[in-house]
Design a protein around this ligand. Sequence first.
Ligand code: GMT
Length: 376
Amino acid sequence: MRIGIVCYPTFGGSGVVATELGMALADKGHIIHFITYDRPVRLRDHPNVFYHEVRVSDYPLFDYQPYELVLTSKLVDVAKFAGLDVLHVHYAIPHASAAWMAQRILAAEGLRLPFVTTLHGTDITLVGRDPSFEPVITFSMERSDAVTAVSESLKRDTYTHFPLKREVQVIPNFVCVDQYEHTPDPTLRARYAPNGERLVVHVSNFRPVKRVQDVVGMFKLLNQRIPSRLLLIGDGPERQRIETICRQSSGCDSIQFLGKMTRPEEVMASCDLFALTSDSESFGLAALEAMACGVPVVSTDTGGLPEVNIHGVSGLLSAVGDTEAMAANALSILADEATHQRYREGALEQARRFDLQIVLPRYERLYESVVATVKA
Ligand code: GMT
């Protein structure tokens, strides 16, 4: 099949999922066209993969660049000249409405392009439900040929926040477990935990929703009980504030900010525990990536996280903002080698339930079904 993929090209989970999905489909012989404003950070060279950049001109009249219109024109162009069979848009805003518009333009020329919309999280739970977006999001979800959500929790939220009548199918996020390192690298451990400390890691885009201050709060409590170090990977609006909090408090030298990394799992695989303290999380892809390295997770029990991180198996869950409970959970996972090893194995086993080999055929079947509907 010739498949167009629209996504945010950044370090966010939706862009990572879209990119890895496209690469995996390309490996299976499909021809993939990525259409976005920058080269997706995880995109690798592949003979079956093409990248089309959406360039918005900065005409002085525009206080706001009309990205959605330029994207729509690019979708029409790629659909026609690459002969797309199906378009898959990740993150509803503004991709689903751009896809619908492109579909209508093509229809006026006698061409039919089905599109699948995958909902990822804040497009539903935070941004999309805002009245300034809601009618457009509802409409473009209704008009998508198929809509998927990355967790049962996100599916429920979609019906709660939108007057949606159509079916939403859950296809969870995935990892390719065998591509992850499952054992710590002694060189990395010596670098980040030179005195044999426990290594805790957090990866995010440092948005307020991640509550990174709680990772720091939890870590400080843990560090009072077990000598530990904290690695913070990623960057975003909250980073400066969190760095200031760390610098102004004691124990700052146990915390290291590593910034954005293309392959954070290379560091994660050498860590003992992953922490995710978000107040909303439709899935928590970073937690799944940690689990694919055999790293247990302490997380909040919000949104889709309990579907990913199974309490008592792959890690432990606690309420949003309860840093004491998180620290107690971390302590109990790290308390002794046998317990830690049990959680490590549980994390890896749980990650295997989300393996690419299980999830990829579900997307392929979905594409086939929307293409078949169009042809019928
Ligand atoms: O909503 C965001 O913050 C952006 C989005 C992204 O691009 O990272 O994250 C969402 O999609 C991920 C991939 O499906 C999920 O793993 C994240 O849980 C989800 N973020 C939130 O729900 C906050």
